[in-house]
Design a protein around this ligand. Structure first.
Ligand code: FMN
Length: 367
């Protein structure tokens, strides 16, 4: 499926079409866990208000947070899930809400692997005991932190089961009306654990070389691409570097990005880190933009950057310079759902699609 329209000169408020999806602008609400799901991972009115207000705020694409494909795939008991009908129905309501407000609804599917099963962030982010949580799965039986109980190293049956969970959640996401799907391959969660030699210590065909470490993640991509409608875009969030000795580096990520592209992935969402504790991440404004540029050029694939993108002119400049195709905004969007409207004002962008019809009079002179 060909890409459409990605001239290097496009800015934050130019549209972008990927497969059959037309984004009104290149501002994306980054997936962000709210840890506020109802019983059993079902979206609640909090999600309606949170995501609805970001859609009204004018972002071209609004992502629903990392959503677990099974109970054990979640980070916390407050995470969203997409493994049953009640969740699917509630997600359909969310996707419909975002669409009705003029934005494109996206969802991120995830498996936390060895980082799953924790208390909520405001309850300390501590590992739940075996009695409070099911099993943690990982490529190797090595815990994220030494004082956590070890996860179970996955065998082929586990890999088949997780692949099917992703296929099934993908089908549910499509039925629910989401139009962009992102798989979470970063931030130290299950697929990043397979990709990174810091978490993958296997000595079978799923460990060792980069090709081996990527084998299971690519198998899941194949299943998901097969289940996700051919006319809809598939994104992957990667941690493109591990910021730790012996971890993934940018050359590894160029290779992974190019395998993902060959497997039908449309865009690499460039983030970094979080596979081992204690990394030293040099967090500066727009700190993933140059990684996005390298991957975009070297793997010839669409990219996005995320991470401390706050100033509209810097984001616009990064896109116009050909570093990335989309700007994902996280914390700045939590502080201000109208970040896109303020950015458009700052840049003098007059894209009418940013302003929902009932709000149009806010831009008119009244007596
Ligand atoms: C409250 C919160 C929840 C987050 N949850 C997710 C998530 O569900 N999936 C994900 O890939 N990243 C998640 N992130 C990371 C953000 O998507 C983003 O990559 C990060 O905050 C850096 O961007 P920023 O500097 O614009 O905030 C979360 C960040 C925050 C602040």
């Amino acid at each position: 499926m060909p890409y459409v329209g990605t001239a290097d000169s496009a800015g934050l408020f130019d549209g972008l079409s990927i497969r059959s999806v037309d984004l009104a602008n290149r501002v994306v609400v980054s997936p962000m866990c709210m840890y506020s799901a109802g019983t059993d991972g079902v979206p609640t009115p909090w999600h309606d208000v949170h995501l609805g207000s970001r859609a009204v705020g004018g972002a071209g694409l609004v992502f629903v947070e990392a959503t677990g494909v099974s109970p054990d795939a979640r980070i916390t008991l407050g995470d969203l899930g997409l493994w049953n009908r009640a969740q699917e129905d509630a997600h359909a309501r969310l996707a419909g809400l975002i669409s009705s407000l003029g934005s494109v609804p996206g969802i991120q599917l995830a498996h936390a692997g060895r980082k799953g099963g924790r208390t909520l962030p405001w309850e300390g982010n501590l590992p739940l005991s075996p009695g409070q949580w099911g099993e943690r799965l990982a490529p190797s039986a090595v815990p994220f932190k030494p004082d956590w109980s070890p996860p179970r190293a996955m065998d082929r049956t586990d890999m088949d089961a997780v692949t099917e969970q992703f296929r099934s959640a993908t089908e549910r996401a499509a039925r629910a009306g989401f139009r962009v799907l992102e798989l979470h391959f970063g931030h130290g969660y299950l697929f990043h654990q397979f990709l990174s030699p810091l978490a993958n210590h296997r000595d079978d065909e799923y460990g060792g070389t980069l090709e081996n470490r990527a084998r299971f993640p690519l198998r899941v991509i194949e299943a998901v691409r097969d289940a996700w409608p051919a006319d809809l875009p598939l994104f992957v969030r990667l941690s493109v570097v591990d910021w730790a000795p012996g971890g993934l580096d940018i050359d590894d990520s160029i290779q992974i990005a190019s395998w993902l592209k060959d497997a039908g992935v449309d865009l690499i969402d460039c983030s970094s880190g979080a596979v081992v504790p204690g990394e030293s991440i040099p967090e500066a404004p727009m700190y993933h933009v140059e990684f996005a540029r390298t991957i975009r050029r070297s793997a010839d694939v669409l990219t996005s950057a995320v991470g401390k993108i706050i100033a509209a002119d810097e984001a616009d400049g990064a896109l116009r310079s050909g570093a990335a195709d989309l700007a994902f905004i996280g914390r700045a969007m939590l502080k201000d759902p109208y970040w896109p409207r303020r950015a458009a004002d700052a840049l003098g962008a007059t894209n009418e699609l940013l302003v929902p019809l009932p709000y149009r009079r806010s831009t008119q002179h009244l007596p």
